[in-house]
Design a protein. Structure first.
Length: 424
């Protein structure tokens, strides 16, 4: 092989510098990778090239862009590129078919003939593997020592620039996702009641706080005929985007089927049938649906897996904890919700409907409670009893603060929702 003269070396050094400038100016990762492929083929006189990015989580090499090739995903230790990964050094294969590491499957499928390969590791500024660049088929002979020196210079530049581009891409994707979550949160918050309902003789308040940008809890108030009020508290299993979509669907179904009549068993059965058709295995919704009749001073309800429902008798100064009346919504169809519970509310009595995020909250500090100890129903009862003569909204505020203090400094782990219906 003829050694290049000084003019050739100077020309190629200038080409590498030009490539470095072009890489630095690339607008996104795909443009950068395409540029690396094109310029590496020009610089090294090759017919084809492939950039494999290293997927650290899966420990795989992925050809996001390949010039003259189909996309490939393979274990990071396989083939010529895998040898490059293991050795963290350039691998020069002068005769591909004479090398046992070479996989000829692509050649057989495409009709292309691979003669020789130069594979170079791409590392970031700290030496961590970013990917592998393979250039294939030197147009004139095989890759020699001079090609290897050019490849080392190119790879050193490309690895750092690729890592920077990947970080920028991840940041942009994160920002886009964050904005999407913020919009979803705004929409979900817009589904909550704009204010507490006004019902003669009653003080009613509701509250909901998601653990993430979006949550799986909701409460709602539905005006019904005859001055009655429908009350909903629902909790989709889990929290986040998936449960947020499920709970939005559940709310829409409850509103559509409740209408003005507010027939609790019919509404619950109808929503259950619809959800059981839509939800996959392992997904369900616990749901309290009640109808408050201010004229009869009575709350009638059914509870699909949601409980306990707390009733406080002011005269007797005692709580009653009522269990769910049926299974959660969406598990399977054909469920009857005919079991309905009714409770009269006298002056000072109240009903509290809370989701499990409140009573299952765990302590954030050793002095708060034993490891794994939950806030529990008993603490909720004690707090509500102490606040029994306060407005419903203040009762909920004190409950929320107590649970937040219990879990501090740990962040809120689950969605928190509560509705209190208090007889004046």
């Amino acid at each position: 092989m003829i050694e290049p003269d000084d003019n050739t070396r100077l020309r190629d050094l200038q080409r590498v510098l030009d490539i470095s400038r072009a890489m630095a100016a690339a607008r996104d990762l795909d443009e950068l990778l395409g540029l690396i492929l094109e310029r590496s083929m020009e610089l090294l006189g090759a017919e084809r090239a492939t950039v494999f990015l290293h997927d650290q989580a899966a420990d795989e090499l992925v050809s996001r862009i390949a010039c003259g090739s189909e996309a490939i995903r393979m274990p990071a230790g396989r083939g010529i590129a895998g040898a490059c990964v293991r050795q963290r050094a350039i691998v020069n294969v002068p005769d591909a078919y004479a090398d046992s590491r070479f996989n000829a499957d692509f050649d057989r499928r495409s009709g292309f003939r691979t003669r020789n390969i130069l594979a170079m590791p791409l590392c970031d500024y700290s030496g961590e593997l970013v990917g592998v660049l393979e250039v294939i088929n030197k147009r004139a002979g095989s890759f020699g020592p001079y090609d290897i020196s050019l490849a080392e210079t190119l790879a050193a530049q490309a690895g750092v620039v690729i890592q920077r581009a990947r970080l920028i891409e991840q940041y942009v994707q994160k920002q886009r996702m964050q904005r999407g979550l913020e919009i979803a949160r705004e929409i979900q918050r817009g589904l909550l009641p704009k204010g507490d309902p006004t019902v003669p003789g009653f003080d009613i308040a509701g509250f909901s706080a998601a653990a993430d940008e979006t949550g799986g809890d909701i409460y709602d108030f539905l005006p019904l005929s005859g001055g009655r009020l429908g009350v909903v508290v629902a909790d989709a299993s889990g929290h986040g985007i998936g449960p947020a979509l499920v709970i939005a669907e559940t709310r829409a179904m409850l509103r559509a089927l409740t209408g003005k009549a507010g027939n609790v068993p019919v509404v619950m059965a109808g929503v259950n049938e619809l959800l059981s058709e839509d939800l996959g295995a392992g997904r369900f919704v616990t749901c309290f649906l009640g109808v408050l009749d201010p004229a009869g001073k009575k709350l009638t309800f059914a509870s699909a897996g949601h409980g306990p429902i707390l009733f406080y008798d002011r005269q007797a100064d005692r709580f009653e904890e009522l269990p769910a009346t049926a299974v959660p919504l969406g598990i399977f169809g054909g469920v009857s919700f005919d079991e309905v519970v009714g409770r009269k509310l006298r002056k000072g009595d109240f009903a509290a409907i809370v989701t499990d995020g409140l009573f299952e909250a765990e302590p954030g500090r050793p002095e708060t409670g034993d490891a794994g100890e939950q806030f529990g129903i008993a603490r909720i009862l004690d707090l509500l009893r102490a606040a029994r003569d306060l407005p419903a909204r203040e009762m909920i505020a004190r409950l929320h603060k107590a649970v937040a203090d219990w879990s501090a400094p740990e962040p809120q782990a689950d969605d928190l929702t509560a509705v209190i219906i208090r007889k004046l």
